[in-house]
Design a protein around this ligand. Structure first.
Ligand code: FAD
Length: 457
């Protein structure tokens, strides 16, 4: 049986930054097991020509492989404790911010130099938001863009590949507690490690759930966020995106006092399909490369739904709603805001006559048949609230794509070291429900690596 000091399961941002820190600061033998392919082999077959929609590959290249779910993301790297996860609740606000800044420095030195850092500090938008019943959350954000993000990942891999043993196309099937460590089984081989870091992200949630059941590690159910992706001419939001790039704005609805928030803003970007367990939802990207910029800006409007007992399956609820949109539209549905307000579906003709050219080929339809009334009412109220700070948001031709769903993993019980009830078994990143962003997941990876270094000191 091959033995390592540390085995890391998952090569997303969490796993990569654990591996990076261990490779740089220790002589530990480290292996990383990853379900998906190496970076350059990660290719989604959707080409918009021969393959127009998801064909449910056995391993999704968008979600799995070196770089994890973030590899083809917009690479918006937020440095804040206000959103992106609750890492600070475990390791402290100061440490969390310090680690996020540290990862940012590594990204910058591995190809991200020249990218811009935006900040809400001193922004006049804060006051304008307050005056219109909106709250602008505080953050600094580095926008790497999908292209530079990919370059940074490539450079990190080049630097790590000789110090760390990477096993791609190697899902871990079994993890068991052994004497003085853990055994891990992948592709019929069993490996031993003294310490094990589990960083399996959203796509590894079912596997992790089973593992927690087997090892009797307590978990708590979590929330689901539901909503739409808004697409409008970039000029309408330009005064906000030019200054802040990504702004997280929260609105408390008058009708139900629910919170609706903006999420994942992509100036001059594109709207894309996202496949989660075979269900097609919507997301967005943008590029640093001027040639790939579009005339539109997109962002999500999301409402968080928390459930109380006896219902525990918040992700199942989100999936059912997304399935409904797939049933009606064969995938993502698009609707003009004016059509939604008039209580009618959008058609190819109405979309074509509109002034906003859609960047995603979606099925024109009626989102009121999909989203629960309370959520849709909240989104409509928010669009009118945003219209006050960005006039034109509530134009008839503004496009709404649905549904956008943000699934959260159940929270795995870990202590302030991100260690489970088994000494030496750590759960980090989105998989454990503690983080939901590139920055928090990466920071959790560095944090645990440093915990191992401390123990060995
Ligand atoms: C389209 C898209 C855009 C996004 N944009 C942004 C953004 O701009 N900014 C931001 O902050 N966040 C963004 N996110 C979220 C961000 O990507 C995640 O928060 C982050 O990747 C989480 O990192 P992680 O390491 O915890 O998990 P992941 O990145 O999900 O990585 C987990 C890895 O573990 C592997 N794995 C799973 N199970 C196993 C197993 N049993 N054995 C071996 N390997 C396994 C998976 O294949 C995967 O590669 C985006 C996400 C998506 C999908």
């Amino acid at each position: 049986m091959k033995k390592f000091d540390v085995i890391i399961i998952g090569a997303g941002p969490g796993g990569i930054f654990s591996a990076y820190e261990l490779a740089k600061k220790s002589t530990f033998s480290v292996a990383v097991f990853e379900t998906g392919h190496r970076l350059e082999k990660r290719v989604c077959p959707i080409d918009g020509d021969k393959v127009k929609s998801c064909i449910n590959c056995p391993v999704c290249s968008i979600m799995n492989g070196f770089g994890g779910a973030g590899a083809f993301s917009d690479g918006k790297y937020n440095i804040t404790n206000d959103f992106g996860g609750s890492l600070h609740e475990y390791i402290g606000r100061g440490t969390a911010l310090e680690l996020m800044r540290y990862v940012d420095e590594i990204n910058v030195s591995h190809g991200g130099d020249g990218t811009k850092m935006y900040s809400t500090a001193g922004s006049s938008l804060k006051k304008i938001c307050m005056q219109n019943k909106l709250t602008l959350l505080s953050a600094s954000v580095r926008h790497l863009g999908t292209d530079i993000n990919y370059k940074v990942l490539g450079n990190l891999y080049e630097e790590l590949k000789d110090a760390v043993e990477f096993h791609f196309d190697s899902p871990v099937e079994e993890l068991s507690v052994a004497e003085d460590g853990f055994t891990v089984t992948s592709r019929g081989e069993t490996y031993f490690a003294k310490k094990c870091i589990v960083s399996v992200g959203r796509s590894g949630s079912s596997w992790l759930e089973e593992l927690c059941k087997k090892l009797e590690i307590p978990t708590n159910s979590n929330r689901v966020d539901l909503g739409v992706r808004v697409e409008l001419p970039a000029e309408i939001f330009a005064h906000i995106t030019n200054e802040l790039y990504e702004s997280k704005i929260v609105y408390r609805t008058e009708k139900f006092e629910d919170h609706v928030r903006t999420f994942c803003m992509n100036p001059n970007g594109i709207v894309v399909n996202e496949n989660t367990n075979g269900i097609i939802t919507v997301n967005g990207h943008s590029f640093e490369d001027p040639e790939r910029k579009t005339e539109n800006t997109n962002f999500a409007l999301l409402v968080a739904k928390h459930f109380s007992l006896p219902f525990k399956d918040s992700n199942g609820y989100g999936e059912s709603i997304a399935r409904l949109s797939n049933m009606l539209g064969g995938g993502v549905i698009v609707q003009r805001f004016g059509d939604l307000e008039r209580g009618r579906r959008s058609t190819e003709k109405r979309i074509a006559e509109g002034t906003v050219r859609p960047t995603l080929s979606a099925t024109p339809g009626d989102l009121s048949l999909v989203l629960p009334k309370r959520i849709l009412d909240g989104i409509i109220e928010m669009i009118y609230a945003l219209d006050k700070i960005a006039p034109g948001t509530a134009n008839d031709d503004t496009l709404l794509y649905g549904v956008e769903v943000k699934f959260y993993n159940m929270e795995v019980q870990v202590d302030e070291h991100l260690e489970t009830r088994y000494k030496g078994l750590y759960v980090i990143g989105d998989g454990g429900g503690v983080t939901h962003s590139l920055s928090h997941a990466s920071a959790s990876g560095v944090f645990v690596a440093r915990e191992l270094l401390k123990e060995n000191a």
